[in-house]
Design a protein around this ligand. Structure first.
Ligand code: BMP
Length: 250
């Protein structure tokens, strides 16, 4: 068997991006590598979830375009909770267009993502220059997806990583493997009670993503927001994730 690669502890990582540094500081302070994905469709549900899981997460990931009653007042309320409970707002917009269009999608429309998000996701399919439009935010580049049959094969991942590593506003990548020493790694597709859904999602355990992939942050959606007690379950994921991270250091 090949020798085990040692993982670099979070506090020793050479993070360049200010939002990356903030995220790592929150993680070390809270002893959490958990990001909850709040894929609910009303602002009331979302604010309730934010209150319930806020103490246990480093960031709350959103898909604002699925919310029926989105408003800037809602964002103001969410920002208050984020400030009080110390977590970042992460809009999972997965931009995938030319720079000019992405800029409009980022700054304009109903959501005005650029005015409130701490972090956003973007595909890198349109090349490095397309990412320049994302200012005052931490960009998390999608280099590999969790779903069955994804087109993100080794060749794509290598090319996508080159783009991500050369763009200064990229703070991390989404992937299902250890890909980069310099960028933070985010891994969705984490669930302790099921191995997938019937729409192509594939799940791993916190143990697997922390010890096997050396991921920095695990992203949990339905495992938390569809549970009977999101607060308790978020706390459970937090403990499992942090214990697995600590175990992966030795
Ligand atoms: P769930 O844990 O309910 O399967 O949710 C996973 C979340 O992570 C969703 O919001 C999805 O959009 C996102 N995601 C993913 O599942 N796989 C990826 O490769 C990239 C993602 O952003």
């Amino acid at each position: 068997a090949p020798p085990e690669v040692k993982r670099v502890p979070l506090e020793q990582k050479q993070i360049q991006h200010p939002v990356g540094k903030r995220l790592v500081d929150i993680a070390l302070k809270k002893k959490s590598n958990l990001i909850a994905s709040a894929d609910v469709i009303t602002t009331a549900e979302l604010l309730k979830l934010a209150e319930e899981v806020g103490d246990h997460v480093v960031a709350l990931k959103l898909h604002t375009d699925i919310i029926k009653d989105f408003s800037m007042d809602f964002i103001e309320n969410l920002k208050k909770i984020a400030k009080e409970k110390d977590f970042l707002l992460f809009e999972d917009r997965k931009f995938a267009d030319i720079g000019n269009t992405q800029e409009l999608q980022y700054k304009e429309g109903i959501y005005k993502i650029g005015s409130w998000a701490d972090m956003i996701t973007s595909h890198v399919i349109a090349g490095e220059e397309s990412l320049k439009v994302f200012d005052n935010v931490g960009v998390v580049a999608i280099v590999e997806m969790s779903s069955k049959g994804t087109l993100t094969d080794d060749y794509y991942i290598g090319k996508a990583l080159n783009v991500a590593e050369s763009a200064p506003n990229v703070m991390g990548v989404v992937a299902q493997r250890k890909v980069s020493d310099d960028l933070l790694l985010f891994t969705p597709g984490v669930n302790i009670s099921t191995s997938g859904d019937n729409k192509g999602q594939q799940y791993n355990t916190p143990e697997r993503v922390m010890r096997g992939y050396h991921t920095d942050f695990m992203i949990v959606g339905r495992g938390i927001y569809q549970s009977a007690n999101p607060k308790e379950v978020a706390q459970e994921y937090q403990s499992l994730g942090w214990a697995a991270y600590e175990a992966s250091l030795s």
